[in-house]
Design a protein around this ligand. Structure first.
Ligand code: MRU
Length: 351
């Protein structure tokens, strides 16, 4: 891959899907091998692979594995089997719309090719999954091209969670914009929020940027306001898991707080996301389903209990940033500005 990006997320090899196990990073670099669609579903559910575009691409290969597992010769039974495969994969995580987008796109291949042999359909599914993966990398590169124009030499950018190569098929969305700005010769420094409770910022973003020699400083989530107030941060870029028609953005829990702080401190807050993250069927962010995850993610750090036994816990994995805090949304088709109900629909209609 050209440009700065030495990290890989997933690869298809010898009829199997290999994922870099993100639960083990940055301490251990271990690949997991998925031979069945159930293994793929578990890898998504337990966040061995995570990040909206990455789980979409992974699910596409999950559909391929599901199709390859079918050994019968009845078209009807194949369709019933594939419906089950798509339901199991869709049932893993509810917020990132890229998951449902990719599954739907793959199932269209199944339904549109009912006149073909099962072997032909399996090959077409593999072609489609490769296409989804290649398109994801290409759209991240394009997002980088458009987004880097918003950054100036000397900028210090805060990011939250991991919206990098590890959250996509490669290059990244928010981190893709930063990579492109650095490749364009700009001096860019990054502050990475640690991103409690799952620590995607500390474990993944910090590691990924260091692998590419992009200067990064790790801070805890509650330090963001302090550094903004001191003038140490000149911009914020985050990714997204789902963007509603009015430009409300679902992203990792804590993003909303960062957006409010950025606005209070008159710092531009940008979102970088491919159009596969748009959900224009939802008028606003109110109806975006928010995943509630295991309480253990809050009561424990890396398997070690830090909270009292039996304490009441809440663990929403995402929050909604209202569109009024979002200066611009960077996509592979260009940059959208408010009012988003007009600009997002226009971008989506563009070829
Ligand atoms: O729970 P995660 O790690 O899957 O959440 C990931 C995020 O919130 C990312 O910011 C988002 O998916 C954009 S990734 C390009």
């Amino acid at each position: 891959m050209d440009g700065r990006n030495s990290v890989y997320t997933l690869k298809w090899q010898d009829d199997r899907l290999y994922l870099l196990d993100q639960t083990k990073l940055p301490i251990e670099h271990v690949d997991i091998e998925c031979n069945t669609y159930e293994e793929v579903a578990d890898a998504i559910r337990y966040m061995k692979v995570r990040g909206a575009p990455a789980i979409g691409v992974t699910a596409a290969y999950g559909i391929v594995l599901g199709a390859m597992e079918y050994m019968g010769d009845s078209d009807e039974a194949f369709l019933t089997h594939m419906d089950r495969v798509s339901r199991v994969l869709a049932d893993t995580r509810p917020t990132a719309v890229n998951l449902f987008w990719a599954i739907e796109r793959m199932m269209l291949v199944v339904h549109d090719n009912r006149d073909k042999s099962l072997d032909e359909v399996k090959n077409l599914l593999l072609d489609e999954a490769h296409k989804i993966m290649e398109e994801d990398i290409e759209s991240n590169k394009n997002m980088g091209k458009f987004g880097q124009e918003l950054l100036k030499d000397g900028d210090v950018i805060l990011t939250h969670c991991n919206a990098g190569a590890l959250a996509t098929a490669g290059y990244g969305t928010a981190l893709g914009v930063i990579r492109a700005a650095v490749d364009a010769g700009k001096d860019i420094k990054v502050y990475a929020d640690e991103t409690r409770p799952y620590l995607q910022g500390a474990r993944l973003t910090a590691w990924e940027l260091m692998e590419d020699d992009i200067p990064v400083t790790l801070i805890t989530d509650n330090m963001a306001g302090y550094f903004m107030q001191k003038g140490a941060i000149t911009g914020v870029i985050v990714g997204a898991d789902r963007i509603a028609a009015n430009g409300d953005v679902a992203n990792k829990i804590g993003t909303y707080s960062v957006a409010v702080l950025a606005n209070e401190n008159k710092i531009p807050f940008y979102v970088a996301a491919p159009t596969s993250t748009f959900d224009l069927t939802l008028e606003s962010g109110d109806r975006i389903p928010i995943e509630e995850r295991d309480q253990k993610e809050v009561t424990h750090i890396q398997g070690r209990r830090i909270a009292p036994y039996n304490v009441k816990v809440k663990n929403p994995a995402f929050d909604i940033t209202p569109n009024r805090y979002v200066r611009a949304i960077i996509t592979e088709k260009g940059v959208a500005y408010p009012p988003y109900d007009e600009s997002l629909a226009k971008l989506l209609a563009k070829n």
